[in-house]
Design a protein around this ligand. Sequence first.
Ligand code: IMP
Ligand code: MG
Length: 176
Amino acid sequence: MLNTIEEVLISREEIREKVKELGSRISKDYEGKELVLVGVLKGGFVFLADLMREITIPVDMDLIAVSSYGDSTKTSGVVRIIKDVDFTMTNKHVLIVEDLVDTGLTLKHLKELFKTREPLSVKICTAFDKPSRRKVDIEIEYKGIMVPDKFIVGYGLDFAGKYRNLPDVCVLRSTS
Ligand code: IMP
Ligand code: MG
C-alpha cells in the first residue's frame, strides 16, 4: 500500500517559478488571440488556478472531467468523459491544462476529440511530465517540470482521492 509521504520532490517555490514562466510564454504566444484554457479535472484545477493568474492577456476558461484511473496507480487506458466543456470551439484557440502527462493516453484522446470540434488550434500545457512512461507519441507545447518514474501526489495530484491539497509535490512510500 502507498500511504505515507516519503519525500518532497518538488517544492512550492519551484512550482511557482515554473508556472510564472509558462504563464508569460502563453501570454506572449496568444497575444491578440481568443484563448480558452480547458482544465482537466480533477487534478488540473490547482495548476489552472495558478496558471491563469500568471497570464496577462484576456483569457476564458472551462473544465472537463475525464477518468482514466480507478483507485489505482496503474492506468487502465480507458478514457471516459464525465463532464464536457460548455463552449463552442470554432473561432477559439484551445489550450488543455493538465496536471501530469504519464502514458499520454488521456491527452492523446482529448486532443483528438477537441480537433473534431474544429477550434483554431488545440495545444497542451502540463504542470508535470513523466516521459519515461509514455505509451503514445504526443506533442506537448508547454511542459512544466519533468518528474521521474515515481508515483507522486500533491498540487492537484491524488492517490485514491487524497493528497491533492498538498502544496508541494511529494513521493508516496510503499508500506507493504
Ligand atoms: P496518462 O493518461 O497516463 O498520461 O495520465 C493520466 C492521468 O493520470 C494524469 O493526468 C494524472 O492525473 C494521473 N497520474 C499519472 N501519474 C500519476 C502520479 O504519479 N500521481 C498521481 N496521478 C497520476
Ligand atoms: Mg489528470
